[in-house]
Write a protein that binds this ligand. Sequence first.
Ligand code: MN
Length: 516
Amino acid sequence: MPKEAFVSDFIKRVSKDVKLPRRVRIFDTTLRDGDQTPGVSFTTDQKLLIARQLDRLGVDTIEAGTPVSSEGERKAAAAIAKAGLNAEICGLARPIKEDVDAALECGVDCVHVFISTSDLHLKHMLKMTREQVLQRAVEYVRYAKDHGVTVEFSAMDASRTDLGYLKQIYQATVEAGADRINVPDTVGVITPRGMNYLISQLKPIIKVPISVHCHDDLGLATANSLAAVEAGAEQVQVAVNGLGERAGNASLEEVVMALWALYGAKLNIRTKLIAETSDLVERLTGIPVPPNKAIVGENAFVHVSGIHAHGVLEFPGTYEPISPELVGHHRRLALGKLSGRHSVEKQLRSIGVKATKVQLAEITRRVKDLGDKGKRVTDVDLRAIAESVIGALPPEEKVVELKEVTVTTGITITPTASVRVAVRGEERVGSATGVGPVDAAITAIRNVMKEISALRLKEYHLDAITGGSDALAEVTVKLEDDQGNLYIAKGVREDVVIASVDAMINGVNRYFAGRK
Ligand code: MN
């Protein structure tokens, strides 16, 4: 077991039943099955960006797409194949000449040939006999192999295929030259024990590496992938953030970290890049990662209960099975009714406030009070509470002061904003255009303040405090620096644009205060 992970002794008791391979290959299908996520359709540029990131991350294979399906798919696969990446680049193909040729023409290193093998698919979809399917698979595995590429063969819907036939088609395709065989649980209907049995049945007769491809229809994709590895499977197909058809594929981050932390498996992955890879894919797909998602969710390393927070502050292993730094994430203590003095003190320190024992007790009491009223206590609230308990913070903490904002906007004109700010007393003027007045104003601030180029606007949230068009607008911004520190700030005004600018300036001041 890796010493950075704090795992259960029970794992050791069952380790004699685990036939862990020497090394587990990670085959990433974010750009192929992930591209089949409802609402996702990658452009060539987006695919190339993600492929480069996956290569930095260290995946063994990047499945770039299905070249035969469109001109764009072909261009993307060819561009990725030419990008000089370390990973093996793979293209998906049915056992049809046109499909295999399209993949070969892209210059991929590997052709992934697949065909359905379950009687269910044969009868209702392919209208082919088992013999016809087997013959077709063998023919095109050999055809691809004859062109000098690595060939992986998938028996689609393997988990619902007759075992005797499955063994037969895998053996035949291996004889025809397949370098790896993949076992897809195409609709996510196997159990961990079932998967373990299936792989154990194939292992003695298949002399090439065995791969699995699990879907999450019943939330078992990660468990089933691990069960396959326990039975000796040498490769797992995964997608970043668990993207893919329907409920998606086994998620890269979960499978990789479970293999690393719980099995001590050998992998090529640079785990520190997992969070930023997930962020990139989230940004480019627009598919949000749920806050409670394992490993990469916003809450994955947030501690709420005072007991937990206290434990983590004393020794992180008490409530963190792996450390957030290991995956490029960060630890946070959330304040509320369950918070204790330790977390409040730690959070105060992180926003640059020192309190005496008596003050700390009073601040903690007020934090719990707000929590009891159903409120999550943000850094802004904490600062406001601290200010009222300790006394106002010195005005010299305010590095940036907003002097003036002007915006013009309309249907036929480009939204434009000009701002005047004082940075440590020095006046600066700048302007910018944007997709809307808020965007223009925030860009204008960024333009006059190069010192905040590392700050990323992670979240922007607008609330109307009361109803009606004269309502007060409350804008909350969440800024993140390059160290992963978060700065949350609010602005409350009658005007949405000014409230946004205020929130941004408050966040920037918080950032500067934190850096002193
Ligand atoms: Mn799939």
